[in-house]
Design a protein around this ligand. Structure first.
Ligand code: NAP
Ligand code: ZN
Ligand code: ZN
Length: 347
């Protein structure tokens, strides 16, 4: 076992605190990674605050991890010491179910092993990336291209793949009008990715305060959802709407912005159920869908796509001591556009 520095939540309400945790010995197919940077995803906050249900404390979160391989098991063939690698939201899956066999381990029918707050194969609860080291099976470790700056690569492992996957699945591309709702961590990457795929992209944000940034990321339209005129002006417009908002929304108002055969895909994960008036779906034969991160193969594809198109996350680099302030700023939608922890400051 390896004892490593980390930051953990001890209750739904108390600030995260420095601690140490144990990482398992490196098994035959495992890779030991020295973590350099870890992104702060809104899911980390939902989890530690108990939004999605009770969890066991203390809990270390973080599933946007990049670092260097420092040790490999005897049977590891996919990664070598010194490689620049990443880990996202999952660290294992059953590998046997229909979805795993189809290479869609993010939809494992037995539930994939999440990077944190999940029961691991040895019965322990997984601990995430706000730590200096992690041990992960080689099949769940990604190659991070040199072309992507290290710290800006970390958030791609969750925010990047979570938006890339629905954009790719619903064919965002030339001739398609795509709207991104909420321009936070996921949202700003959704804009950059959809633009790189060739789509015409519009941002729907609570206000116009980030319009200059949205246009710099390539959006050609930018509207405030606090203005009721937005919903009249954009009725029956979009082929695809990607909703990244972490709180409940009036879905009907957004669904009415879809044109014929358009799809609204929810990646935002508020704990509350969201009601839908089915007649809104009848109009324009609309679809309401969900999407959960992406497979390991698709995550690699996304990282390679980002390297090829010069896409990286806009980040604010923080020390470990800044994690609790960063949480408060994310909750106030005051994020430009992802906080990333320099793990050298974990103690
Ligand atoms: P984030 O950085 O906080 O961004 C969310 C954005 O939503 C905010 O920046 C804000 O954008 C908008 N927003 C927040 N509260 C709002 C409200 N009350 N009404 C309207 N708009 C609001 O969060 P994130 O890290 O991108 O994550 C977003 C959500 O996706 C979270 O619920 C997270 O758990 C979920 N998620 C899901 C998956 C998946 O696999 N499906 C993966 C990762 C994350 P504006 O200021 O532009 O309005
Ligand atoms: Zn996440
Ligand atoms: Zn499975």
């Amino acid at each position: 076992m390896l004892t490593v520095n980390a930051y953990a939540a001890t209750s739904p309400t108390d600030p995260l605190v420095p601690t140490t945790i144990q990482r398992r010995d490196v098994g035959p197919t495992d890779v030991l990674i020295a973590i350099r940077y870890a992104g702060i995803c809104h899911s980390d906050i939902h989890t530690v605050r108990g939004d999605w249900g009770p969890i066991a404390y203390p809990q270390v979160v973080g599933h946007e991890i990049v670092g260097e391989v420092v040790e490999v098991g005897a049977e590891v063939s996919r990664h070598a010491v010194g490689d620049r690698v990443g880990v996202g939201c999952m660290v294992n899956s059953c590998r046997e179910c229909e979805n795993c066999r189809a290479g869609m381990e993010n939809y494992c029918l037995r539930g994939n092993t999440q990077t944190y707050a999940s029961v691991d194969r040895d019965g322990t609860v997984t601990q995430g990336g706000y730590s200096t080291h992690v041990v992960v099976d080689q099949d769940f470790v990604l190659r991070v291209p040199e072309a992507i700056p290290y710290e800006a690569a970390a958030p791609l492992l969750c925010a990047g793949i979570t938006t890339y996957s629905p954009l790719a699945h619903w064919n965002a591309g030339p001739g398609k009008r795509v709207a991104v709702v909420g321009m936070g961590g996921l949202g700003h990457l959704a804009v950059k990715l959809a633009v790189a795929m060739g789509a015409e992209v519009t941002v729907l944000s609570q206000s116009l305060s980030k319009e200059a940034d949205g246009r710099r990321f390539g959006a050609s339209g930018y509207y405030a959802t606090s203005d009721p005129a937005t919903f009249e002006a954009l009725a029956n417009t979009f082929d695809l709407i990607v909703n990244t908002v972490s709180a409940p929304l009036d879905l009907g108002a957004y669904l009415r912005l879809l044109r014929l055969d358009g799809t609204m895909v929810n990646v935002g994960a508020p704990p509350e159920p969201l009601p839908i008036q089915v007649f809104t779906l009848f109009g324009n034969r609309r679809t309401f869908a969900g999407s959960s991160i992406g497979s390991i193969a698709e995550t690699q594809e996304m990282l390679d796509f980002c390297a090829e198109h010069g896409i990286a996350t806009e980040i604010e680099l923080i020390d470990a001591a800044g994690i609790n302030d960063a949480y408060e700023r994310v909750l106030r939608s005051d994020v430009r556009y992802r906080f990333v922890i320099d793990t050298a400051t974990l103690g």
